[in-house]
Write a protein that binds this ligand. Structure first.
Ligand SMILES: [Zn+2]
Ligand SMILES: [Zn+2]
Length: 145
């Protein structure tokens, strides 16, 4: 994603595109998979940790990032690709690999509509599948031979 696209993404979400915010959004976009705070810290050496987590909190407030609890013990963040201010239109299934601890976005996996009891309001859903990713499966089966 180029900087122009990142700046407009920030602006679409009502966030002033400062230099640090652009760097952090760019790192999230470059990650391809959702990243934890620690992984972001590794990829952004020029900004300190508290600044990164403050920026992530701001991104979350403006719904520029989704946070995903993949059960791996730390929250991961990804850029939201929908432009709806208050709805989560790009809800998708995540796959957590128990071997390499990466979380993958499964864009093409359909999500069933889950009914909630009357009087309840659904705000977000968190679908996480767990298992082994293709790379790990390959690696493990080679090792077994
Ligand atoms: Zn894996
Ligand atoms: Zn995702």
């Amino acid at each position: 994603m180029d900087d122009k696209r990142i700046i407009s993404l920030l602006e679409e979400h009502g966030i002033k595109p400062t230099a640090n915010r652009i760097v952090i959004a760019r790192a999230l976009a470059a990650g391809k998979v959702p990243l934890s705070l620690k992984e972001l810290e590794y990829s952004i050496l020029s900004i300190d940790k508290s600044n990164i987590s403050r920026t992530l909190a701001l991104f979350r407030k403006h719904r520029l990032v989704h946070d995903i609890e993949d059960g791996g013990g730390c929250v991961k963040y990804e850029l939201c690709m929908s432009h709806a201010e208050d709805g989560d239109e790009d809800v998708h299934v995540h796959f957590y690999c128990e071997s390499c601890h990466k979380t993958f976005c499964l864009w093409d996996t359909p999500i069933p509509e889950v009914p909630v009891p009357s009087g309840f309001v659904l705000k977000s859903v968190n679908y996480v599948l767990k298992g082994l990713c293709a790379d790990c499966l390959r690696r493990l089966s080679i090792r077994r031979r």
